[in-house]
Design a protein around this ligand. Structure first.
Ligand SMILES: *[C@@H]1O[C@H](CO)[C@@H](O)[C@H](O)[C@H]1NC(C)=O
Length: 349
C-alpha cells in the first residue's frame, strides 16, 4: 500500500516509473534504443535453442532487441539440392524473434562458404549460374518478405589485400555478381534494407576502400544498396580506435548508405587475465561509442552473447572469452557495464 502511494506520488511529480520498473527495463538494447539506435542484438543458432537458460537470456528484450541467425539462412541450409528449399531452421529463429518482439538481420544470401557441392562443383556457365543465383535469392527473400529488417545480400567478397576473392560467383560471373544479387533481392522485397557485410573493414585501408568501391559499383548499375555491415571480429588490445572506427563509418555513409556493427566479438588468449578483461571492456566501449556518435550507424550485434556458444575457440586455437557472458551464462559485469555506459543513460518513462 505504501509502495502504491509512493508510486502515485512519484507519478504525480512527473517521475513515470519507479526505480524497480526502471531496472526491469534497462539493459544493453534498452540503452541502445535510448541512444537513438534501432537495436543492440545477438546472433544465435538452432542447436543452442534447446538450452532453456540460454534462450531465456537471448529472449530478454532489454538486452537484445535483434537476432541474427548465424547459419540457418546460408545457402547450404536453405537450398541443399538445386531448386529444393528448406526453411525449417530459419523459420524457428524468425518465429522466436517475432515472439520476443525482436528485429531480424537476415544473413546471408551470397557467400563463398557453406555452399552445397551441387553448386560449387556443377561447372555451370555464366548464364546458368546467374539464373541459379537469382532463383536462390528470389525464393529466399520472398519466403522471408516482411520479416527482416536487413538482408546481408553479399558477404565477404574481398581478400585481405582488397582484391576480389576467388569464389564460384566471382570466377564465373565476375564483379557483376554483386549488383545482380542486390537487384534480385530488391525485386523480391522492396522494403528490406540491403547490406554488404565483411570483416577487417572497420578501419581505413585497402579492404575498406575496395568495399567503398563495391558500394559505388552497385550504384553505377542503378541498383539499390542500403548499408554496409562491419563485422568487427576484434582482438583484445588491437581494435581500431574509436575515432578510426567513426571516420571509417563516415566514409561509407558519405557514399549514401547506412552502417551497422554486425558480428562484434573481441577475442583473447584463454583463460583471460584480469588485465585482458579490463582492456576488453574498454574495447567494447569504444566500438559502442563509435556507433553512438555516428548517426547513421543503426545498431550493434554481437556474434552470440555467451562464450558457451562462441565460434572463436573452434577456429582460433587457445583463444576465446570474447563475449559479455561467460561459458556458464554468467554476465561479465565489467564488460556489460562498459557497454551500458558507452550507450549512455538508461531509458526513462
Ligand atoms: C556474365 O554475364 C553477366 C550478365 O550478362 C555479365 O555482366 C558478365 O560480365 C558476364 N561474365 C563473364 C565472365 O563473361
Amino acid at each position: 500500500m505504501l509502495a502504491i502511494v509512493a508510486t502515485l506520488l512519484l507519478t504525480a511529480a512527473g517521475v513515470t516509473s519507479s526505480p524497480l520498473e526502471r531496472r526491469a527495463t534497462d539493459g544493453l538494447n534498452a540503452r541502445a534504443v535510448a541512444a537513438g539506435k534501432l537495436y543492440f542484438g545477438s546472433a544465435t543458432d538452432n542447436g543452442e535453442l534447446s538450452d532453456s537458460a540460454y534462450v531465456a537470456g537471448l529472449s530478454n528484450w532489454a538486452d537484445f532487441g535483434q537476432l541474427t541467425p548465424g547459419n540457418a539462412l546460408k545457402w547450404d541450409s536453405i537450398e541443399p539440392s538445386r531448386d529444393s528449399f528448406s526453411y525449417a531452421n530459419g523459420d524457428t529463429i524468425v518465429d522466436l524473434a517475432a515472439k520476443n518482439g525482436q528485429k531480424l538481420r537476415c544473413h546471408t544470401l551470397v557467400w563463398h562458404n557453406q555452399l552445397p557441392s551441387w553448386l560449387t562443383s556443377g561447372g555451370f556457365d555464366n548464364a546458368t549460374l546467374i539464373t541459379i543465383l537469382k532463383n536462390h535469392i528470389t525464393n529466399e527473400v520472398t519466403h522471408y518478405k516482411g520479416k527482416c529488417l536487413h538482408w546481408d545480400v553479399v558477404n565477404e567478397a574481398f581478400e585481405e589485400d582488397g582484391t576480389w576473392r576467388s569464389s564460384v560467383f566471382y570466377n564465373t560471373i565476375g564483379p557483376s555478381f554483386v549488383p545482380i544479387a542486390f537487384a534480385a533481392a530488391a525485386a523480391a522485397d522492396p522494403d528490406v534494407k540491403l547490406y554488404y557485410n565483411d570483416y577487417n573493414i572497420e578501419n581505413a585501408g585497402g579492404k575498406s576502400t575496395s568495399t567503398q568501391n563495391l558500394v559505388k559499383l552497385v550504384k553505377q548499375y542503378g541498383v539499390k544498396i542500403d548499408g554496409v555491415g562491419l563485422q568487427s571480429h576484434f582482438i583484445v588490445g588491437s581494435t581500431p580506435s574509436q575515432s578510426a572506427q567513426q571516420s571509417n563509418m563516415q566514409a561509407f555513409i558519405d557514399l549514401g548508405v547506412e552502417v551497422a556493427v554486425t558480428e562484434l566479438d573481441i577475442r583473447t588468449d584463454t583463460p583471460a587475465t584480469s588485465s585482458a578483461v579490463n582492456q576488453q571492456a574498454k574495447d567494447y566501449a569504444s566500438t559502442i561509442a563509435a556507433c553512438k556518435a555516428v548517426a547513421k550507424c543503426v545498431g550493434v550485434t554481437i556474434w552470440d552473447y555467451t562464450d558457451k556458444y562462441s565460434w572463436i575457440p573452434s577456429v582460433f586455437s587457445g583463444q576465446g572469452s570474447a563475449l559479455p557472458w561467460d561459458e556458464n551464462l554468467k554476465k561479465k559485469d565489467s564488460i556489460y557495464n562498459a557497454i551500458l555506459s558507452a550507450w549512455g543513460p538508461a531509458p526513462t518513462g
